[in-house]
Design a binder for this molecule. Structure first.
Ligand code: IMP
Ligand code: MG
Length: 187
């Protein structure tokens, strides 16, 4: 069992201490497997396109799709919202737009974490305009700070504490995405 001062962690962070491990590897793996079952059951038929929001969702999406037991297609969206800070700027820029046709398909947007919900609201508007057969969101973490949760948020891995989290895809200024667990960054 790793603790914040384990050498395995300090090697990965370059010596920077984390405050605590919030979700460890085994806990994440168990929940992601359950989410895979939920997604499989929710789409009995039709084309399913899993659309990952980069970069934060890359590890989660990689693990999730391997637990989905039906045909899927995979593409990505790249949106920029945060810069190097810890607060959402409210503006979302699309840097990469999926090339796959969305019209007539079930779209499952995969997000790392929902904080204010601004990123999500903006993207859902863009995606709805492409006339998918259905549009739903699967978020690994939800801080439940969004004023009203979007009706599309159908699958959530964990309720997240109001801390700045890193690891398993989540970054702080592009660092710590590669940590195999989710940690509260000591700031
Ligand atoms: P929102 O627009 O406020 O919901 O912010 C969502 C985006 O901000 C996520 O896709 C993440 O990229 C980033 N974000 C929000 N909270 C955290 C956090 O605790 N750690 C790392 N990134 C976060
Ligand atoms: Mg980010």
């Amino acid at each position: 069992m790793w603790t914040p001062s384990s050498p395995e962690i300090l090697r990965r962070t370059g010596g920077r201490r984390i405050r605590s491990i919030v979700f460890d590897e085994a806990t994440i793996a168990r929940r992601v497997a359950e989410l895979g079952c939920e997604v499989t059951a929710a789409y009995p038929e039709g084309d399913l396109l899993v659309l990952g929001l980069l970069k934060g969702s890359f590890i989660f999406l990689g693990d999730l799709v391997r637990k989905i037991e039906r045909p899927v297609q995979i593409d990505f969206l790249v949106a920029a919202s945060y810069g190097a800070g810890m607060e959402s700027s409210g503006t979302v820029r699309l840097l990469y737009d999926p090339e796959t046709v969305l019209e007539g398909k079930h779209i499952l947007l995969v997000e790392d974490i929902i904080d204010s919900g601004k990123t999500l609201q903006r993207l859902l508007g863009l995606l709805r305009a492409r006339r998918p057969r259905s549009l739903a969101v699967c978020a690994l973490l939800d801080k439940q700070r969004a004023p009203e949760p979007a009706p599309e948020v159908r699958f959530v891995g964990f309720r997240a504490p109001p801390a700045f989290l890193v690891g398993y895809g989540l970054d702080h200024a592009e660092n710590y995405r590669h940590l195999p667990f989710i940690a509260d960054l000591d700031s």
